[in-house]
Design a protein around this ligand. Structure first.
Ligand SMILES: [Fe+2]
Length: 250
């Protein structure tokens, strides 16, 4: 690979193939997964710092009160005067522990691009239109069965500068807050059948196919509402052999 030229898809394909199954039994990708170029520069190189007083971190870190979360916060289509453009969807599922028990009262936050693949963020300046009726953030608390639910629009694919002609498959970012900020987990949910999966080094950084598949929601016709929206179901397992892969080192 020429350091002066952006790598091509062929370069990235070759690197992905070299890494496929490179950490057998490990659902978590290497922190310096080379095809995802910025991970090589950004991954932690020092030993983790042991926090002497974890409670002090919790006292000064971000917190939330359950009363702050309103019933409208999980509907990303009703934040502005008009309706956002795009395909209206509901995304729902359960947050479960390794034994399959529901994790209740959990703060689930999401953020995503609009239907054109553009984030409402100053650092996203690629030439796709912003939607004045879509900001792309939402949150809710899991119920007694560990269930979360969002109404939103299906995000578009978007380009990034990892390599020449690099596009992210449509995805929704998820955060699970835990009991304190130090427990926060972050991951991404994908949509079934996306043709960009093989070309995406972030998804492919999870080198085991079953672990990758656990990041893909299923289309759920029973969740589709006639004349209104399409339904997707995606469960999140926090740990154990069926765990949903979470991003590290944030
Ligand atoms: Fe994204």
């Amino acid at each position: 690979m020429n350091a002066l030229q952006p790598p091509t898809q062929a370069d990235i394909d070759r690197e992905i193939a070299e890494h496929e199954g490179s950490r057998p039994g490990a659902a978590h990708p290497a922190r310096d997964y080379a095809p995802y170029r910025s991970s090589v520069l950004r991954h932690p190189r020092q030993r983790l710092v042991v926090v002497e007083d974890p409670e002090a971190v919790e006292l000064t870190g971000p917190a939330f009160g359950v009363t702050d979360v309103t019933a409208l916060d999980n509907d990303l289509t009703r934040r502005h005067q008009g309706e956002p453009l795009g395909e209206r969807i509901t995304v729902t599922g359960r947050v479960l522990d390794r034994s399959g028990r529901p994790v209740t009262g959990q703060l689930v936050e999401i953020w995503q691009a609009n239907a054109s693949g553009r984030y409402a963020h100053q650092r996203d300046d690629h030439p796709a239109p912003l939607d004045p009726n879509f900001t792309g953030v939402g949150r809710c608390l899991t119920d007694a069965e560990g269930r979360y639910s969002f109404t939103t629009i299906k995000p578009g694919a978007y380009p990034w500068r990892n390599h020449t002609n690099a596009w992210r498959p449509a995805h929704i970012h998820f955060s699970l807050f835990g009991q304190a900020f130090t427990q926060r987990l972050v991951t991404q949910m994908y949509f079934p059948g996306d043709p960009l999966f093989p070309y995406d080094p972030i998804l492919q950084s999870v080198t085991e196919r079953p672990a990758r598949e656990r990041l893909v929601a299923e289309y759920a016709h029973d969740l589709s509402v006639p004349e209104w929206s399409l339904g997707y179901r995606w469960d999140i397992v926090l740990d154990g052999p069926a765990a949903t892969w979470m991003e590290e080192g944030r």
